[in-house]
Design a protein around this ligand. Structure first.
Ligand code: N2P
Length: 345
């Protein structure tokens, strides 16, 4: 008995020393998209490592970036989409990752590499892959068609939302017109701007935070949103459906990055590694309904999730869809159009 206690004590002490948690437990500060991690996973990490995780949430890459730029947070880890990883890296906001401390990157699905510009994971480790699409109430939108043009349908005037996100909203209009959502062609961008201005007059608002509640409560009948988020609310309202428009959509890979000023880089590496434990990644996929690109986790998810086309995107959707890329100085083309759309009467 004594021996057992001694052994337990040694193990605990070793863990404590390893992460330096001797007196006050260490705290990891994580800034993540809302509804993007299973809460029990956070708790098991805290228990396993004898530390605390403080989570803060955001609903768009741009609001996250603005907060960091304003000096807010004191965060260790953030979860930007791949185009934003690029922007942050270019602005020297990130520090390189120590792969020796993230052995679970061996499980990464190499197929996810086409969605990132950092395929060697120097600054980022893929977290989740998902799409954008349309969530709607099947009983209230009986003539639903799987097209972005639904946002121009006067039958649903004032009862729809488009994402308050410049690349997603302009991207939807570009896709509706049959163009790339990374186009640099000003003529195509002007057409997308005009279409978006027409849609703006027909929707309730641009909205990225409240569209889920709005759909559950039937305040909104049809919303532009993220795949997993809409899948999550289907559990609360069986009338909700999620569809990727036939013109194609944006597919995003959100990645985990370590900020240059991270107060706890050791613990941050341990958390990245933990999120890619196959068993943990599988639990997380089942909860958030996004796809953690971890090959070993694919084997562990339920058949229901494995056969869900909103989680494992079918090839025909992939073929029509695109990743939002960082366009360097041409990002300004999009932000300029967004200002025009926002300013339009
Ligand atoms: C989580 C939304 C994450 C998807 N609520 C954004 N790519």
């Amino acid at each position: 008995m004594k021996k057992l206690h001694l052994r337990m004590l040694t193990t605990v002490l070793a863990g404590v020393l390893m992460l330096g948690c001797a007196k006050k437990p260490l705290t990891l500060h994580v800034f993540i998209w809302s509804d993007y991690i299973k809460p029990e996973i956070v708790q098991s990490f805290e228990q396993k490592f004898g530390c605390k995780i403080v989570l803060d949430y955001y609903d768009s890459n741009e609001s996250m970036y603005a907060k960091l730029k304003a000096g807010g947070g004191g965060y260790d880890l953030v979860f930007p989409s791949s185009y934003m990883v690029n922007i942050m890296q270019r602005q020297d906001m990130l520090q390189p990752l120590d792969h020796a401390k993230i052995p679970n990157i061996q499980h990464l699905d190499p197929a996810a590499n086409r969605f990132t510009m950092d395929s060697n994971h120097v600054f980022s480790v893929p977290y989740m892959l998902g799409s954008s699409g349309i969530g709607y109430l099947t009983s209230k939108v009986p003539d639903f068609k799987p097209t972005w043009r639904m946002f121009g349908d006067p039958a649903y005037k004032g009862r729809m939302t488009l994402m308050n996100d410049y690349r997603e909203a302009i991207g939807a209009a570009l896709k509706a017109l049959g163009y790339s959502l990374n186009t640099l062609d000003t003529n195509e961008l002007v057409q997308a701007r005009d279409l978006l201005i027409q849609w703006k007059a027909n929707i309730a608002k641009f909205e990225s935070e409240q569209y889920k509640n709005g759909l559950i409560s039937a305040e909104f009948l049809l919303v532009h949103g993220y795949s997993g988020d809409i899948m999550q609310i289907m559990e609360e309202n069986a009338d909700i459906a999620y569809v990727v428009p036939e013109e194609g959509t944006s597919v995003a890979l959100d990645e985990i990055v370590l900020l240059k000023q991270a107060p706890q880089p050791e613990l941050a590496h341990a958390f990245i590694n933990f999120l890619h434990e196959p068993e943990i990644a599988a639990q997380n996929i089942e909860f958030v309904y996004y796809l953690c690109p971890n090959l070993a986790a694919y084997e562990l998810v339920s058949d229901e999730v494995r056969n869900d086309p909103a989680v494992f995107l079918p090839q025909n959707i992939m073929d029509k869809s695109e990743v939002v890329w960082d366009l360097g100085e041409n990002n300004a083309l999009y932000s300029h159009i967004w200002d025009e759309v926002k300013g339009a009467e």
